[in-house]
Write a protein that binds this ligand. Sequence first.
Ligand SMILES: [Zn+2]
Ligand SMILES: [Zn+2]
Length: 353
Amino acid sequence: MPTPDTRVRTRSLRFAGPGDVRLTAGTDRALAPHEVRLRPLAVGVCGTDAHIVGGSFPAEPGVVLGHEVCGRVVEAGDGATTPRVGDLVTVEPHDYCTACTWCRAGQEHLCSAKRGYGVRLDGGMAESMIVPARIAYVLPPDTVPWVGALCEPVACCVHAVDRLGVVAGEALLVMGSGPAGAVLVALGRLLGATPVVAADTREARRDLARRMGADVVIDPRDPEQLRHALDLTGGEGFPAVVDAVGSSTVLEQALTMARRGGRVLEFGVAAPDDVAAVRPHDLFSRELTLLGSVINPWTHQRAVALLPRLGLEHLTPAFYGLDGFDDALAAQRRGDVDKVFVAPAGEAAALGG
Ligand SMILES: [Zn+2]
Ligand SMILES: [Zn+2]
């Protein structure tokens, strides 16, 4: 008599190709040594997911989506000692080759063969997720799961302020106040940037920036409000400016808002074919520094530590089941709630119930 198959069947949201995301059911594989199995509780939906589904951010067909993951460990493979079964964890969602020039120079995030979970490796929009124990970071047990899922964007923002060199007592301008821009505002404030100014074309986003601690918020389409922002710096411009939108228009404006000797950071994910007009004479004569920042090199642990200090509970979350991904994506695109999550185990579990 054949042995009955007792392995659990789980549902997953898989990217089948541009515009094609499918809810599939499959059987979980056994764990390899040093792996853990998670039950995802809250998984953030962000611009990157929208770009993947839209076809402008390359991803592996068939991959399970979801790279902003908070879950509970339900099984640990041989040799996996931390985290333990029952721990609430956040995932640092990358795999590095360990052998290329960058991996060997301590710059793993620039690895030539980097693979992201939820992009090239199976992510967290599923009832079950398997990751190496090494990339699962333990959260304090009272962490609200949807807040825990924000560790990934927070870790990217920590790298951004490291790159930008935010200095206490210096003015900071954050252009774009989606969830990541709002975290940059909160981080800037914690670091002592003064004043922290946030710019966004949408009223709801400006309101979010205000809630996250911006001293002043402006609509960057309004010349009067731009002048007001510059007035706050004595008309000289900002020493530190971030494009948290990822757009040539915003980058061009960011360069005009920087003061002589200022630093401008490109942080948002722009379309690969978007081209900005930059005047070399401007970079030269004003001695501007133009920087980029990508993902989260060794900042995930710092994000875990910072999590309770950022006021993330000021964000209004919205939750969707695995069967509601189209609606979740539409809500993310509309931007009328602060942050959208897929809650594979239900909304109550994402809220910590
Ligand atoms: Zn993201
Ligand atoms: Zn590498």
